[in-house]
Design a protein around this ligand. Structure first.
Ligand code: NAD
Ligand code: ZN
Length: 359
């Protein structure tokens, strides 16, 4: 199968690039009802960044707390209904924040033009019409949500993305100055999402020269950032991490993620654990599948003095473990990539339950 993916239309990169946003939005403002919706991570509520927005009268600014839960279908539907009811159809949506805000901005852009609940569109190519203009400004790097063609939403029935060409941002602003304030633990977990994307993309049947080229470069950058002589949150490493995140995202787009992401989705869906943290909790136990990757990951944990919880599963009932394993098992494309087309001969619900029991 040949993958034919849309990329971000425009990307501006570099320190201070945030200041280009106003002029980028100027022509966009001519569309629809002539206002911009800014969705901003709550962390920035009283920050210098909010003052630098230069929003115009009539624009809508919403600060969003992303901590209570990952983005939900209800949250998107409510935001859409409220803004359409109050002000009409925006010219564009700007998301400023991490993967959660990136996904909210992408999903909201699509749901302004597609009727009904976003639950109707969770899946591949179910969206009927292009959304409105949307621009992403990542402020924490690693998930690759800034480049991906999916907006992951948790709904009443499933955690699944609105996935289509129109999901991809029209514009992304990569300004490494914006990630300097990320607390060290989140910096580590989110950065490790990039690392794990690359390891999983590389280790599976869908890996190819195209996905490999992105993964190879992204892994090189990750090694500088997390293992190099000047490893840590330096300005130079922040410059690198923004690029690594984007390239890791592109690598998995043209290949696939694997065992860790399948298990991580179970942890998120059933226990509400955050994506990047859940990946780290799972990845440390996957030496059977990714021996070199897990060994290197453990070196990074040690270098940055990050301790992950052990023995979690002793508090999980069999029903909980089964429910998580079911979520993971259903991600058939990930197992197919990681294990091979005969994966069902090798991976059963019990195999997956045993992996959760290691945690
Ligand atoms: P996040 O958006 O959930 O934010 C994590 C935390 O970092 C929050 O507390 C936030 O306030 C804080 N933060 C963000 N920027 C900051 C800054 N500059 N300084 C200080 N604090 C800052 O984090 P995430 O890990 O980037 O995103 C996770 C979400 O991304 C999940 O909902 C997951 O489902 C989604 N995701 C999407 C894709 C995709 O391709 N669409 C891929 C992976 C994950
Ligand atoms: Zn991920």
């Amino acid at each position: 199968m040949h993958k034919n993916f849309k990329n971000i239309e425009k990307v501006v990169y570099g320190r201070g690039a945030f200041s280009t946003m106003e002029s980028i939005l100027e022509p966009v403002r001519k569309e629809n009802d002539h206002f911009i919706v800014y969705l901003i991570d709550n962390y920035f509520i009283d920050s210098d960044l909010s003052k630098r927005l230069n929003a115009q009268p009539g624009d809508v600014i919403k600060f969003i707390d992303v901590e209570p839960s990952e983005p939900t279908t209800d949250q998107i539907d409510n935001l859409r209904d409220e803004i359409l009811g109050d002000k009409g159809l925006p010219s564009g949506v700007v998301g400023i924040g991490g993967g959660s805000i990136m996904d909210i901005a992408k999903a909201l852009s699509l749901m302004f033009t597609n009727e009904g609940s976003s639950t109707l569109y969770q899946g591949l190519n179910l969206i009927k019409k292009p959304g409105i203009y949307h621009l992403g400004v990542p402020t924490i790097s690693g998930t690759g949500a800034e480049v991906s063609m999916t907006a992951v939403l948790t709904g009443p029935e499933k955690k699944l993305g609105l996935k289509c060409d129109w999901t991809v941002f029209n514009q992304v602003i990569l300004d490494p100055e914006l990630i300097a304030s990320v607390p060290r633990d989140k910096w580590f977990y989110t950065g490790m999402d990039t690392y794990i994307h690359c390891i999983e993309s590389e280790n599976g049947i869908l890996n190819n020269a195209f996905s490999h080229a992105y993964a190879e470069q992204s892994l090189k950058l990750c090694r500088d950032i997390f293992l190099g002589d000047v490893a840590g949150q330096t300005a130079e490493n922040d410059d690198k991490l923004m690029v690594a995140s984007l390239m890791g995202g592109l690598s998995l787009t043209y290949s696939e993620v694997g065992v860790c992401h399948a298990l991580s989705y179970g942890l998120s869906k059933i226990l509400g654990e955050k994506h990047c943290y859940a990946n780290c909790v799972a990845f440390q136990h996957l030496e059977d599948y990714y021996p070199q990757g897990v060994a290197e990951f453990k070196t990074m944990l040690k270098k940055h003095d990050v301790t992950l919880p052990q023995g979690l599963s002793k508090d999980w009932s069999d029903a909980t473990v089964t429910a998580m394993a079911q979520v993971a098992y259903n991600l058939t494309h990930m197992w197919n990539h990681a294990i091979g087309t005969d994966w069902k001969d090798k991976i059963t619900l019990d195999t997956i339950k045993a992996l959760y029991r290691r945690m």
